[in-house]
Design a protein around this ligand. Structure first.
Ligand SMILES: Cc1ncc(COP(=O)(O)O)c(C=O)c1O
Length: 444
């Protein structure tokens, strides 16, 4: 049975009938039947155009339909589609070497996976093996993937239905800018949160903790860059106890924040890092763990008890190599840095105009707008539920051709890194109109 020529409605109906959707009840989903993409734009089966304001899953860094990556995948398919993970291939050699040069300092070895969750699982496995300790510290506002360990390392509500998790996870509070229990200024929050972490480590027993896993910049839980000095303070604190730092750069890596990796803002160099999404711009699935020389050396002499059928899949590695070429040749990290002030200025303009806008944050092209239903900052719906206002805002954006992710009381501004200033302003013009709608629901 051919799928060519299905109508938009048929595609949606059959997808809903025969396939299961993630993170939702099947009857409630209303998926867009996307048909093609180019740059920051996507078209659905009816020819309706959308500005991709979320890079799909915050992952299509280079934009859609990039010929260079498509051709690299085609070339690799002609040459060698698949060999098992125990083999050596030229594309593996090339990408391994390329990442060793791209990652800073002592991060010179990569272990390839199929995505971010698997990368986090394997980073934790590596940390436990090398330290001989079991406990892992992880933060409340975080997402690390949907596999069993990764979802239990996750702090947000997606974990709840997957509990109870494995033992040995120590969850800690993060330096959240809206929780004033750590202080009012970013500097106070940074210092007090680090003092609190020192106390947790002391009471848990530092010698029992293998690693701490952090999203270097929290992504779906708010686009929250850590306050000044926090990353450096954290690294120093963990070093005192020989606890390894794992930076999850799955969402924040590969130029999203205006630097190649978010930890370059510290700057710090973690002991392990995890990558996915922007590593291939999602042209094919690939994740990776970057390992420090110390960790990698351990596994030269000791067996690494982990692996998957599709580790180091040649097609995915070829996509990553071409994607890294595009990021470099088209100056996409610089573009994210150059457009950060434009995004911030647009957010500042909207905040002055719209009482429903509580705050906007951006680092590079990693942005989030928080909404409020009154002047004191009350969200439209308590976390993690949603509200009719947010549902209608989502519908409005969709009608206007702006594709983005909305949560209880916020939405993302995370376009592909190839976006132009004019396209960025076009997106904010739609956001502006959307906020007119939410303004009508502000009390007082
Ligand atoms: C920070 C972070 N870590 C890990 C993951 C999981 O990656 P994957 O969905 O590729 O398993 C995600 C996915 O959104 C993520 O944002």
């Amino acid at each position: 049975m051919s799928t060519v020529g299905m109508s938009a409605a048929e595609i949606v109906d059959k997808c809903k009938q025969y396939t299961m959707y993630s993170w939702s009840a099947g009857d409630s989903v209303d998926p867009i039947p996307f048909a093609r993409g180019e740059g920051v734009w996507l078209w659905d089966r009816n020819g309706k155009r959308y500005l991709d304001w979320n890079s799909q899953a915050m992952s299509v860094h280079v934009g859609h339909g990039h010929k260079k990556i498509i051709q690299a995948i085609q070339r690799q398919a002609e040459e060698l589609v698949y060999v098992y993970a125990g083999a050596a291939t030229e594309v593996r050699a090339r990408l391994g070497e390329r990442l060793a040069r791209l990652m800073p300092g002592h991060l010179n070895t990569s272990f390839f996976t199929l995505g971010g969750g698997e990368a986090n699982e394997n980073a934790v496995r590596a940390a436990r093996g090398v330290t001989g300790r079991q406990k892992i510290m992880a933060r409340a506002r975080s997402y690390h993937g949907a596999t069993s360990l990764a979802i239990n390392l996750t702090g947000d509500h997606r974990r709840w239905a997957n509990e109870p998790g494995p033992p040995g996870i120590v969850r800690v509070l993060d330096p959240y800018p809206y929780n004033f229990s750590f202080g009012r200024t970013p500097e106070e929050i940074s210092k007090n949160n680090l003092d609190y972490l020192a106390e947790i480590i002391a009471t848990e027993g530092g010698h029992t903790i293998a690693a701490m896993l952090i999203e270097t910049i929290t992504g779906t839980n708010g686009v929250l860059p850590p306050p000044p000095g926090w990353l450096q303070g954290l690294k120093a604190l963990l070093e005192q106890h020989d606890i390894l730092l794992i930076c999850d750069e799955v969402m924040s890596g590969f130029g999203r924040t205006g630097k190649m990796f978010a930890f370059d803002h510290g700057p710090i160099v973690p002991d392990l890092m995890t990558m996915a999404k922007g590593l291939t711009s999602s042209y094919l699935p690939l994740g990776a763990v970057g390992l420090s020389d110390r960790v990698a050396k351990h596994y030269k002499k000791n067996v690494f008890y982990g692996g998957h059928t599709y580790n180091s899949h040649p097609m995915c590695l070829a996509a990553a190599l071409a994607n890294l070429d595009v990021i470099e040749e088209e100056g996409l990290v610089d573009n994210a840095r150059r457009l950060e002030p434009v995004m911030k200025a647009e957010m500042a303009r909207l905040q002055l105009k719209h009482p429903s806008m509580k705050a906007g944050r951006a680092i590079g092209l990693f942005g989030m707008i928080d909404l409020q239903k009154d002047a004191t900052g009350t969200p439209f719906a308590p976390y993690p539920s949603t509200s009719p206002v947010m549902t209608s805002l989502g519908q409005f954006f969709r009608e206007q051709g702006l594709f983005t992710f909305l949560k209880s009381s916020n939405f993302t501004c995370i376009p592909p890194l190839c976006i132009t200033e004019a396209e960025l302003r076009e997106g904010f013009a739609i956001v502006d109109k959307g906020l007119d709608l939410t303004d009508r629901h502000v009390a007082g």
